[in-house]
Design a protein around this ligand. Structure first.
Ligand code: FES
Ligand SMILES: [Fe+2]
Length: 380
């Protein structure tokens, strides 16, 4: 059950953050910052984010573990584009339009991964391979001169790296920053993990309020007093960046200065690493499991948040299953669902009232200010 045995060393960046924590450095911004309330409530702002960020930037779809086998496919609709994510017979991932090339019918409609040696349209049974190419159609003589090679499913650019699957609607996306995360994620063995559970939360909050909650540890001792607060020291966080993404580490400096920080097993027990994957996903690494949270905006005050929990292997005994179910209930139901997403929804209600013009960020909340600077830059 212990995934830390999968790898032996931290990445250079992970080690540097641990050293910084051991020295007692704190991620302190230089002073108070503000974000305009309209950033979270203005529908025009939301439309611009859709047009200039979500229609262009690489977006996280999920973990590689979503498709553990070749010739599998899974439906994805969360970003407002009907997608099929597939793994072909050679193991390569494809992100395809879930739209038949014959007369536009939605092809697949299932929650989990399905076998996809052939993806067959329910209407007239055009059949596609897992790589999206058109394999066959009934009564092919009725389509004289049809070039099958030009009637495969529409494919989007995609990247599988570090155990994560990305796609972009831009035909020429820059996946460099997504790829740059791989050394850190490989150190956690993310690509080899088992998908234990996934659940989509319907949150009545702007997508940025959801992400903000994972960019500061100021709230951990307060909001999470009843769930996870006792695992963490108050406000001892260091952070840096991997391209457009943010990386943070929380841990106890007194303990860290005593352990061998090249001992990855010990380091992973002592430090919690969190990654904000621009624009709208978070990776939270606990010693024995990893959670991905993927926020998918549906409207200015409405976000779907998929929570995926990854563990080393499928539970083999009832005890193991009960153990993981307990962790899942604590995190997905309690810490994330009731507390973090609950706070985001309360924030939306307060900001929607129009009674304050801006929010105020202290020095422990510099990650939020940094996140909003990156969004502003993308909108310019
Ligand atoms: S619409 Fe798909 S086969 Fe006709
Ligand atoms: Fe939280």
């Amino acid at each position: 059950m212990d995934m830390v045995s999968l790898t032996s060393r931290p990445s250079s960046g992970q080690r540097a953050l641990a050293d910084s924590l051991a020295r007692g450095d704190a991620a302190m911004g230089s002073g108070i910052a503000h974000v305009a309330a309209a950033t979270y409530t203005n529908p025009h702002r939301f439309e611009r984010e859709q047009e200039l960020i979500f229609s262009r930037a690489p977006l996280l779809l999920g973990p590689s573990a979503l498709l553990p086998h070749v010739n599998q496919a899974v439906v994805h609709d969360g970003y407002g584009v009907p997608l099929i994510i597939s793994r072909d017979g050679d193991g390569h991932v494809h992100v395809l339009a879930n739209v038949c090339r014959h007369r536009g019918t939605r092809l697949l409609d299932s929650e989990g991964p399905v076998p996809a040696t052939r993806i067959v349209c329910p209407y007239h049974a055009w059949a596609y391979r897992a790589d999206g190419t058109l394999a066959s159609l009934p009564r092919a003589e009725c389509f004289p001169g049809l070039d099958k090679a030009k009637h495969g499913l529409v494919e989007f650019p995609s990247l599988e790296a570090g155990g994560l699957i990305w796609f972009a609607r831009d035909p020429h996306p820059d996946f460099a920053d997504a790829a740059a995360l791989a050394p850190d994620l490989d150190a956690f063995g993310l690509a080899g993990l088992h998908l234990y559970k996934r659940r989509t939360h319907d949150v009545a909050a702007n997508w940025k309020l959801v992400i903000d909650a994972f960019l500061e540890s100021y709230h951990v001792q307060r909001l999470h007093a009843a769930t996870i607060a006792s695992f963490f020291a108050d406000g001892i966080t260091v952070a840096d960046e991997i391209g457009i993404h943010q990386r943070a580490a929380v841990g106890r400096s007194d303990y860290l200065s005593e352990i061998d920080r090249d001992d990855w097993t010990a380091l992973r027990r002592a430090v919690t690493y969190t990654y904000q994957l621009f624009p709208s996903a978070v990776v939270i690494v606990s010693p024995d499991y990893i959670n991905l949270l993927i926020a998918m905006p549906q409207g200015v005050g409405h976000t779907l948040v998929e929570d995926v929990m990854l563990i080393a292997e499928e539970p083999q005994t009832n005890e193991a299953e009960a153990h993981w179910q307990k962790s899942w209930d604590l995190l997905d139901g309690g810490t994330f669902g009731a507390e973090d997403f609950g706070a985001a929804a309360l924030g939306q209600r307060g900001l929607d009232s129009g009674l304050i013009d801006q929010i105020t960020l202290g020095t422990l909340e510099d990650g939020i200010a940094n996140f909003h600077r990156k969004i502003d830059a993308a909108l310019r």
